[in-house]
Design a protein around this ligand. Structure first.
Ligand SMILES: Nc1ncnc2c1ncn2[C@@H]1O[C@H](COP(=O)(O)OP(=O)(O)OP(=O)(O)O)[C@@H](O)[C@H]1O
Ligand SMILES: O=C(O)[C@H](O)COP(=O)(O)O
Length: 408
């Protein structure tokens, strides 16, 4: 059991709230999209309205990346979304950070600096060791409790995610709670259960396919996108040089053998595209798999209409559909058809779950909505959809095992 905000006496309590506001960053080094901030507004507003003193903890980007920046612009944006001042503190666990946290009054909110500015936050530790990091030992003395709302980062075993709940009473925020409610009970969702695996993260999709077929979670796995192309090659179809070179350039050549092993083991449960769409004379042109390969320059950019009809028939009988990754290059209108129609058909299934933050924003831009649940997480959602535990959730469930570090 995990405690939620319903179990927390918030008034006058100093709460460290771990959120996932890892967002696209513009050329000027500031926040370019606030969707992930909006997702946490309910949790933060509730804590503030109930008289909490809130210190927000979050990461942004990865060391070395262009998006590895300060959380200053995130704090500015949060201030607008929460309709109250939100200070940014340019450090995370120093004396100055502790002092800023201790100066909070009821209903005040501040954002501490990007946790990954400290190298230990970019390492994975077991919770006990994570509790001994500078971040946790430095900041925990200034906090009364810890709230984890960062579902999208819950597959990481990093100090801000597993260390704090080892030394402080931990609670799930509203985002975490609703994600766990839906994704944590995947084994109880209505059957037959269909997984639709598209997009370009082929190794992740093959991991998911193995896992859900081995565990008997999936009745069918429908393949699309680059994943579908890899399965076609594994099945002996020549998808042409352009698509094969793309797969090779991504370093996914070994995945073809894994896909072939999967087809050997569970071929009856795996559906492959029956036709694909390529660009010919500047337009969408569909080719049945028997008519492949296409021309040298013609890549398979979407599933075709026979595949769509076939997949839609399978979805008609489904109790639950779980989707991850687009069916084609949805960024180009001519190749958005597969994604729009397949995901559209999925909304008619009794329970429809979309895993993956990028997929979710693609669907918004295509105007497809009406799913039972759209997850805020990519990797975290995928892991839950295979019924695997998430370290940050396990740490919340286990509760504090060590004494709260005291001030020096
Ligand atoms: N047939 C295809 N050929 C080339 N690219 C494709 C094809 N189908 C889909 N894609 C590309 O896949 C990309 C998205 O794949 P990805 O696996 O990253 O999904 P995602 O929704 O971003 O996942 P997540 O939300 O888990 O990060 C898109 O940019 C899309 O253009
Ligand atoms: O964007 C995400 O998927 C999460 O914030 C986790 O980020 P990471 O993959 O850099 O750990």
């Amino acid at each position: 059991m995990i405690d939620t905000l319903d179990d927390l006496d918030v008034e006058g309590t100093t709460v460290g709230v771990r959120v996932d506001i890892n967002s696209p960053i513009g050329d000027d080094g500031t926040l370019a999209d606030d969707a992930r901030l909006r997702a946490h507004v309910d949790t933060l507003s509730e804590l503030l309205k109930r008289g909490g003193r809130v210190a927000v903890l979050a990461h942004q980007g990865r060391p070395g990346g262009d998006d590895f920046v300060s959380l200053e612009s995130h704090a500015e944006r949060l201030s607008k979304l929460l309709e109250r001042p939100v200070d940014h503190v340019d450090t995370t666990f120093s004396d100055a950070a502790r002092e800023a946290v201790r100066n909070l009054e009821n209903g005040d909110c501040l954002v501490l600096e990007n946790t990954r500015f400290y190298s230990e936050e970019y390492m994975e530790f077991d919770p006990d060791r994570a509790a001994e990091t500078h971040l946790v030992e430095g900041l925990a003395p200034a906090l009364d409790v810890y709230v984890n709302d960062a579902f999208a980062a819950a597959h990481r075993s990093q100090p801000s995610l597993v260390g704090f709940p080892t030394v402080l009473p931990g609670y799930a925020g509203r985002v975490m709670e609703s994600e766990l409610d839906v994704l944590g009970t995947i084994e109880e969702t209505p059957e037959p259960r269909i997984y639709v695996l598209g997009g370009a993260k082929v190794p992740d999709s093959i991991d998911v396919a193995w896992s859900v077929l081995e565990k008997g979670l999936a009745d069918h796995v429908l393949t699309a996108g680059v994943v579908g192309n890899v399965f076609l090659i594994a099945d002996g179809v020549d998808v042409g040089d352009a698509s094969s070179d793309f797969i090779y350039d991504q370093g996914y050549w070994d995945e073809i053998d894994r896909a072939a092993d999967l087809l050997d083991a569970y071929g009856d449960s795996i559906a492959l595209p029956r036709d694909v769409a390529v660009e010919r004379d500047g337009e969408r042109h569909e080719l049945g798999v028997n008519a492949l390969p296409p021309g040298d320059e013609e890549a398979a950019m979407d599933i075709g209409s026979s595949t769509l009809a076939y997949y839609e028939r399978l979805l008609e009988d489904a109790g639950t559909v779980i989707l991850n990754g687009p069916a084609g290059v949805f960024e180009e209108e001519a190749f958005a058809t597969g994604t729009r129609q397949l995901y559209g058909a999925a909304t008619d299934v009794e329970m429809s779950i979309v895993g993956g933050g990028d997929t979710a924003s693609a669907l918004r831009s295509l105007g497809v909505d009406g799913f039972t649940h759209v997850s805020t997480g990519g990797g975290a959602a995928l892991r839950m959809l295979t019924a695997e535990p998430l370290p940050a959730v396990t740490a919340l469930q286990d509760g504090p095992k060590r004494q709260q570090p005291a001030d020096d």
